[in-house]
Write a protein that binds this ligand. Structure first.
Ligand code: PLP
Length: 265
């Protein structure tokens, strides 16, 4: 790939489909489009889902997932990959193999484990594969606090705990961590930390009391879109976080349950 390549940058999401259109592949593609990035998708899991929860999950054959990924790399200029719901260890191994052979310039790992509604989106015994095999491949990992607690097997109650958790994730092999503080029991601003080896950058937004669905997917795919366009990591995370804040402010309620963020404005 050279800079004279006439193809525009594309971003590939490898994630789960949300039939309700609020999270997963559907949120990712809308976010890519809102950032004027061509979006590609390799579907790693199918969920029957609405704004109140997940009612069924089906996981495609890992060989078919690999075919989707290889076919995308065979034609498009993929400048960033976003990883979301990967369901189980077989899927994770297929993704690791594919990333090892295609080596995209940027990888954003959203370590999706459990939906807000409580549904499991990653089998419990796949946690080690995600941490040991995928984490070191990612440019940045974007856990929320419950996900960071599961990855590290420790509780996180304060911003100081968040800082220590970032250090522990870097020590576990992460290249950079965007730790989202929205679940902290605090009535002040929401604080997210972007940590790389030797630096911690704080991203702050006023806390919104909105029960929303798909914000984690939207944030990670916005980071991937900004990286795909050539932003450095810090700028990408600042802009993505701002984007999610504005998308939440414009959110709406298409079903009986959670708000879905507004991806186009
Ligand atoms: N469904 C799919 C397919 C997802 O990828 C995600 C992402 O985290 C979710 C559901 C969870 O969304 P939420 O935690 O907002 O319920």
């Amino acid at each position: 790939m050279t800079t004279s390549d006439p193809r525009p940058p594309s971003a590939l999401t490898i994630a789960g489909s949300d039939s309700g259109g609020g999270a997963g592949i559907q949120a990712d593609l809308k976010t890519f489009a809102a950032h004027r990035v061509h979006g590609l998708s390799a579907i790693a899991a199918l969920t029957a889902q609405h704004t109140r929860g997940v009612t069924a999950v089906s996981v495609p054959d890992p060989g078919f997932l690999r075919a989707q990924i290889d076919t995308c790399f065979d034609d498009f200029r993929i400048t960033a990959v976003k990883l979301g719901m990967l369901a189980n260890g077989d899927v994770i191994r297929a993704v690791v193999d594919a990333l090892d052979s295609h080596v995209p310039p940027a990888i954003v790992l959203d370590p999706v484990m459990v939906a807000t509604s409580g549904a499991r989106l990653l089998e419990a015994d796949a946690l080690a594969a995600l941490r040991d095999q995928l984490l070191p491949l990612a440019t940045v990992v974007t856990p929320n606090l419950p996900e960071a607690e599961l990855l590290l097997d420790r509780r996180i109650h304060t911003v100081d705990d968040m800082q220590a958790a970032c250090e522990a994730l870097l020590a576990a092999g992460a290249n950079a961590v965007l730790l989202k503080g929205g679940h902290l029991e605090d009535h002040g601003d929401v604080v997210d930390l972007l940590a790389t080896s030797g630096t911690v950058h704080e991203i702050r937004h006023p806390r919104l009391s909105i029960e929303a669905h798909g914000t984690g997917c939207t944030l990670a795919s916005a980071v991937a879109a900004r990286l795909a366009l050539g932003d450095d990591l810090r700028t990408a995370c600042d802009r993505a976080s701002d984007y999610v804040h504005r998308a939440l402010l414009g959110g709406y309620r298409p079903g009986h349950g959670d708000v879905v963020v507004l991806d186009h404005f």
